[in-house]
Design a binder for this molecule. Sequence first.
Ligand SMILES: Nc1ncnc2c1ncn2[C@@H]1O[C@H](COP(=O)(O)OP(=O)(O)OP(=O)(O)O)[C@@H](O)[C@H]1O
Length: 449
Amino acid sequence: MAEPIIRAQQVEKYYAQPSENRIQVISPTDLSIQTGEIVALLGPSGSGKSTLLRMLAGLSRPSGGEVYWHGAPIETAKINVSIVFQSFALFPWLTVMENVEAPLKARGMAATERRERSEKILDTVGLDGFEAAFPKELSGGMRQRVGFARALVVEPEVLFMDEPFSALDVLTAENLRSELLELWQKKTIPTQAIFLVTHNIEEAVLLADRIIVLGRNPGHVRTDFRVATLAHPRDRKAPAFTQIVDYIYKVLTRPDVMPDMPKLKAGRPVRDQRQMRYEMLPHARPGGIAGLLELAIDFGGRTDIYRLADELAFEIDDLLPIVDAAQLLGFLRVEEGDVVITPTGREFAESEILRQKELFREAALEHVLLLRQISRALRSKSDRTVPEEFFLDMLDEQFSDEETQRQLETAINWGRYAELFDYDASRRRFTLPEEEETAKSVVEEGGAE
Ligand SMILES: Nc1ncnc2c1ncn2[C@@H]1O[C@H](COP(=O)(O)OP(=O)(O)OP(=O)(O)O)[C@@H](O)[C@H]1O
């Protein structure tokens, strides 16, 4: 196979923390961008999509490994890429024309040529007549057209896009997407490859020739496959389309399991490089989990996650932590892109509050290592109290400072609800209320670590 335009070999990224720990955001990863392909990168929030994009675009140096541009190390190569951002990132004090000319000016192009090239690309993206307007006079969709024009005017070999349609309303996004695809397919633009970071699964399946899904903590490739069997324009209702959407949902909702690829041509094997002691607690509240389970019962005990998100008008990223949490606690299963309530989940949703707490307590102790450890530690101390710092130290070996705090907050929230312990915020200590006999007996029955 020909050398890809961009090839990342075992790239990883660490960020320094105020404490001496370095946090690994991307674990060693191989990835390439070939001529002629649109690659979409999906993954939950914080999985390192933007970090990876920045390394592939030569904007950020990997902490380990190497990125190659046509086979040469990217930092010494003469690269030709541009990036479209979600936030448009226009210069507000410049007109549309001046914004588009800016990158050519930076490259030292003469004024006449610059103007000619900019006029042409403004025409191509439908901004004819808006040359003298300022960004604030334009709608979001028109501003992003300026973003595209500015990126395309340099005739980039690779066009990077970081959530380019997320800030736009649905119709505008749809419109811009199909226009971009048309420019690409008709080769109106000389761009050789497109790399798109997105949250939107359908968008990825609509546009991409290849889809990569990242898992997090640290970021790693969970699946990387071709969508070559679907011809453009793609039909959202076609069975092959929905199969791929479902498969990606499953990959995103089951961080611990690798679902089977739908039987499409040329699916590539999958890697999962995670190694961790603590499972990542999804940041969901017990009330939210109960609410989700009640809804699942209303839908007959089984429903499509996609439909559920739609019904609730939830972004999938807001719904996933609740689904993940219910799943982690054994209240839900995800099967074929559907959420299916388990018998314990049903009992939990239908019980009165005391029984709910009891079921939550049993599930939390069975499935959540951190809560089990806090409970055990408290019971082994004669004064029935342990400083939070003790657990922070263990967590921050695995999570960033910010995530460590969030993990602890979620654990406190769940533990309090389950009446496993109290938390004294002024002293930053966990404490055990004297009368916690029920919890005590459950802990003593708890399984081995
Ligand atoms: N400069 C930085 N210093 C420290 N940590 C950082 C820095 N940039 C990103 N991170 C952390 O790296 C992780 C990955 O961030 P990144 O923005 O790449 O993820 P993402 O998948 O693009 O997320 P989102 O979908 O929310 O945009 C996050 O936990 C983030 O907090």
